[in-house]
Design a protein around this ligand. Structure first.
Ligand SMILES: Cc1ncc(COP(=O)(O)O)c(C=O)c1O
Length: 449
């Protein structure tokens, strides 16, 4: 069944394990290999090698909001590969990357006019942390070395991102390799006062005052930056309480601490705006992005910085490298070419407005799960949502995994972390698809209770 050619048995290859799957229970996949091997994808669906159609409930890994198989993107890739397939970004530039940097900067809040490219969210985060250190050092405040992350935050898997991140299983194995001088704000989720909130919870702005506590503990003169996801995505869509991000901004400004918004998930329309910064009306000093900028098709990530930060680096001898950092594939022309088509499509098809129109559809549908006994919380904002399940007697995460596997059989590619199901459907989804998705999830949740 899973042999597409005589030479290669995919299931057998999966079982042999030459491909060590990331963030995966590899041995469990080998025991249950059905519907794990994707053969193709079109629009909002994947097709497995068995021919099973799976609705893409998380836009890949939050990265393919335009859906799959868009011919304009394929064409742009081909044309760019034939025109300029690679050019180094050290000491050189190319037309598509130059233009894309300007387009991204134009989408960002005013006064954020400079983009440093990498290839992933993890690289974007590590780049931002290094920019923060360099910025303070150049301003003769090199004593500011501490980074403040947040509990339950996800900032990728580099040593920097892992250290400021706050998801315990991602940290404990590597505890010996944590960056020095990192501390964490408390997260904002408190089900006793905000369970089943629609959009932003009313309670919780005061959780930002936790930064005052850390300033009191470490002294502001040692703190370089605070990094937060405006909406915490990977931990299961924790929505910022009303006023929380504003308060964080005020405290950072008061103490000269840089504020970094990690918008790897929220950037490029997921919140119905270019960036969550605009949705929540808060301007950070840096924005990290990745994923949707190229619709996940060619890896690309980056950091958008304020003029003040950029200009601080543009000092010293003119023949010297100002920032000793960058990647072989920074600003890769193939990624940049795809980025242009993605932004064209987002503009032409008014996709940010479409997200805002779909938001109440998803909200209404997902909150029909509120009354199910085995559901402990449901949250949503923009085109994202999450459902927390009460763990089964067999332990935390067992039910989530079961729902994920049953989802494959039922035609849904779900994202379950622990006992939380997260949703980030493609912007091109129809209201019916969203309602159907939730309808199937409802059955799965009831069946596994
Ligand atoms: C907020 C955030 N930052 C960073 C990352 C890491 O991105 P990548 O997997 O591209 O390294 C992710 C990935 O999900 C993310 O959600």
């Amino acid at each position: 069944m899973t042999k597409l050619s005589n030479e290669f048995d995919f299931t057998d290859a999966l079982k042999k394990g030459a491909f060590w799957m990331p963030f995966t229970a590899n041995r469990r996949v080998k025991q249950r290999p059905d519907y794990r091997i994707m053969a193709s994808a079109k629009g909002t669906y994947y097709q497995t090698v068995e021919g099973k159609q799976l609705f893409d409930t998380l836009s890949g890994l939050w990265c393919t909001p335009l859906g799959h198989g868009n011919p304009r993107i394929a064409e742009a890739l081909k044309t760019q590969a034939e025109t300029l397939d690679f050019s180094p970004a050290f000491q050189l530039a190319n037309p598509v990357t130059l233009r894309l940097a300007e387009r991204i900067a134009n989408m960002a809040p005013d006064g954020m006019n400079h983009v440093f490219f990498g290839n992933s969210g993890s690289e974007a985060v590590d780049t931002a942390l290094k920019i923060a250190l360099g910025f303070h050092r150049l301003r003769k405040e090199g004593g500011r070395f501490r980074m403040i992350g947040r509990e339950r935050g996800y900032h990728g898997v580099g040593f920097g991102g892992m250290s400021v991140g706050g998801i315990v299983p991602n940290r404990k194995m590597f505890a010996a390799g944590m960056m020095n001088g990192v501390d964490h704000l408390r997260h904002t989720w408190d089900p006793s006062v905000m369970a089943f909130s629609k959009g932003q919870p009313e309670w919780g702005a005061e959780r930002a005052d936790d930064l005052e506590r850390l300033v009191g503990l470490h002294d502001a003169s040692t703190i370089a930056a605070v990094i937060v996801e405006p909406v915490q995505g990977s931990t299961g869509v924790l929505v910022p309480p009303v006023g929380y991000l504003q308060r964080l901004r005020e405290i950072c400004t008061k103490y000269g601490i840089l504020l970094i918004f990690d918008e790897v998930i929220t950037g490029f329309g997921r919140m119905g705006h270019g960036f969550a910064a605009q949705r929540f009306g808060v301007k950070p000093d840096m924005i990290t992005f990745a994923k949707a900028v190229t619709n996940g098709i060619v890896p690309m990530g980056g950091v958008i910085v304020t003029d003040e930060i950029y200009n601080t680096f543009m000092t010293g001898p003119e023949n010297a490298i100002e920032f000793a950092h960058g990647y072989t594939y920074s600003g890769h022309p193939l990624a940049a070419a795809v980025g242009h088509v993605v932004l064209d499509i987002m503009e032409e098809e008014n996709l940010f407005s479409k997200v805002l129109a779909l938001e109440p559809v998803l909200e209404e549908a997902i909150h029909t799960l509120d009354e199910i006994d085995s559901v402990s919380d449901v949250r949503n904002i923009g085109l994202t949502a999450a459902v927390d399940l009460k763990p089964s007697a067999e332990g935390v995460g067992v039910r989530g995994l079961e729902i994920f596997e049953r989802g494959l059989e039922a035609g849904l590619l779900l994202r379950c972390t622990g006992d939380t199901i997260s949703f980030g459907p493609p912007f091109i989804s129809t209201p019916e698809q969203l309602r159907d998705m939730v309808g199937v999830v409802r059955e799965l949740v009831i069946a596994t209770a």
